[in-house]
Design a binder for this molecule. Structure first.
Ligand SMILES: [Zn+2]
Length: 423
């Protein structure tokens, strides 16, 4: 892979930093990737080669590219760090081919910094993001460099993730997310920064995203901000007890940092229930909670029926905070609906439901607790779970995706997304 022609363009009040990606060991067309913001926030976009390198190196690893060359100097620490990150991923997922060599000249001095030292956090409005922000505000004195000063909302992360996505629907979802982010940023006294990017289009496969890529993606956004920010917080999903190979991981994310941008993986000390309690005790964070994966925000509410919504609602019901909260259409989780419609399909969601059981029992929510126990037993017995003990299904799915992409131009994957509604 070659990353070349890093440049800037300004059109219609927008500033864009771009680079061309040339695949060398894959029959893929040249791609142009970019990061964009309003011209008023131009100082936030550095156009750093570090950003394009971090955002492209992991897709290069996934595609079996033998090298990643950059025609602009990068941080010498990043060259070393990325090699470590690629080796960790290769070890986790059993790659036989060595990771791509990073070929680039190195910077001989640190890039200039504008303003005072600052720390940013990604604002998705979800449990992980809002809990990390709340914990930072409660625990870190504002005079400390690690006290969060900027919130970053990214179009092209979950919303706008796909090149062939529904642009109107994406825009509508982003408006909702922006409204929540504005309220959260105002209450937490953060400067809000909006970044648009298409760099995820280098590999749109959902399993690749989850298992390899989304930590590096977020770090690539962070490096664009390195003239104004010196640290960026990536919010942890799983806690210590459920840590497993994942695209964002405390062992991995710090290796996406440079001498001028520290990448912090925060929140592994909190379980999902503990994070939910943190957010529920923060009125503005709670009122603007955005967890839905379906993108169907009816009257600004989360749908209340997708697995992520149900998982959050169960935690809130266990905490006695669901009824009347006004962020889901439903006032309580219907045990019959849970039994019929909620499928527990992985270790982490299973743990999230399990940790709610004692609280539900204590609150007398026996029917819901029984429904959860039934679906947990189904999960434990499931063929998927037993297979997962013997082989890594994610690797098989990734191989299927690669074959589909190589021989049918991704036709089966597109059909799968349409049929299942995965976004
Ligand atoms: Zn939902």
């Amino acid at each position: 892979m070659r990353i070349e022609n890093i440049r800037s363009e300004t059109t219609k009040g927008r500033i864009r930093r771009l680079a061309d990606i040339v695949w060398e060991n894959n029959a893929r067309q040249r791609q142009t990737v970019w990061f964009e913001t309003g011209v008023a926030d131009e100082d936030f976009l550095s156009g750093s080669a570090n950003s394009f390198l971090v955002g492209a190196a992991i897709p290069a690893l996934g595609a079996g590219e033998r090298r990643v060359s950059v025609d602009a100097p990068v941080c010498p620490e990043l060259k070393q760090n990325l090699n470590v990150a690629c080796r960790i991923l290769s070890q986790w997922y059993g790659h036989r081919q060595p990771p791509p060599e990073i070929e680039a000249d190195v910077l001989t001095s640190l890039p200039p910094v504008l303003g005072e030292r600052s720390t940013g956090i990604f604002l998705s409005g979800g449990i992980d993001s809002s809990a990390s922000l709340r914990a930072n505000r409660l625990q870190v004195p504002r005079s400390y460099p690690s006290s969060v000063t900027h919130g970053v909302l990214v179009f092209g992360y979950d919303i706008g993730a796909y090149a062939d996505g529904d642009a109107n629907a994406d825009q509508q979802r982003f408006e909702h997310a922006l409204g929540s982010a504005r309220a959260i940023a105002e209450d937490a006294e953060l400067e809000l920064v909006l970044i648009h990017t298409n760099i995820r289009h280098l590999n749109e496969d959902l399993d690749f995203w989850l298992n390899y890529y989304f930590g590096a993606f977020l770090a690539s956004v962070a490096h664009q901000l390195d003239r104004k920010l010196q640290s960026m917080i990536i919010n942890s999903g799983p806690d210590i007890s459920t840590l497993a190979p994942h695209g964002s991981h405390p062992l991995l994310d710090p290796y996406y940092g440079t001498a001028s941008m520290n990448i912090i993986h925060h929140g592994i000390e909190y379980t999902r229930l503990e994070k939910t309690r943190l957010v529920a005790d923060w009125p503005v964070g709670f009122a603007n909670l955005r967890v839905c994966t379906r993108g169907e925000y009816v009257n600004g509410l989360n749908c209340g029926i997708c697995e992520k919504c149900v998982r959050t609602m169960v935690a809130l019901q266990a905490l006695g905070r669901l009824s009347g909260c006004g962020i889901f259409p439903q006032q309580e989780v219907d045990p019959d609906f849970f039994l019929r419609k909620t499928v527990i399909s992985d270790v982490y969601p299973a743990f999230c439901y399990e940790e709610c059981l004692s609280l539900l029992d204590a609150r007398g929510e026996q029917r819901l607790a029984a429904a959860i126990r039934t679906n947990l037993r189904i999960y434990q017995r499931s063929k998927r779970h037993r297979l997962a003990k013997w082989t890594d299904m994610r690797r098989l799915r990734h191989l299927a995706w690669k074959l589909d992409r190589a021989y049918t131009q991704g036709l089966f994957y597109q059909m799968f997304r349409k049929v299942t509604g995965r976004s």
